[in-house]
Write a new protein. Sequence first.
Length: 146
Amino acid sequence: MTHHAIRRAFAAALISGPISAVPIGAAPSEVALQLQQSASIRSDVSVRFVGFADNRCPSDVACIHPGHVAALLQVFASPAPPRFVALEWPLRQEDAQLSNTAFGFRFCLLSIDPRPHSQRPVDPASYKLRMRVGTERDLPECKNGA
């Protein structure tokens, strides 16, 4: 993902939509969020799926390269200012500075659906992010895959 695409995703994230909360169990846990949905990690920490950039190969096309997808999360922990976390697939070396941790928690991308389609646009509201969330101690690394 280019830095311009990340900036566009950050800008889109600043536009608030309806928020609904999904509780997360004991870490590490798997959680699924729709775009603009949030989940409580602890009583004082929550995460919200605020944006994405999807340049993956369309599901109805055979491509030489798989493409790239990134999800943008906003992590809140009172009283600190919120932090942004980008989850990407495939993880690329030039983007290695993009952290997948915030406030002692690690966020690991499992999937983002649906995949793009060459003949019809995908409604952004239909995107669903699946991720694993855990403390940095309990979830020392991510094996990303979308």
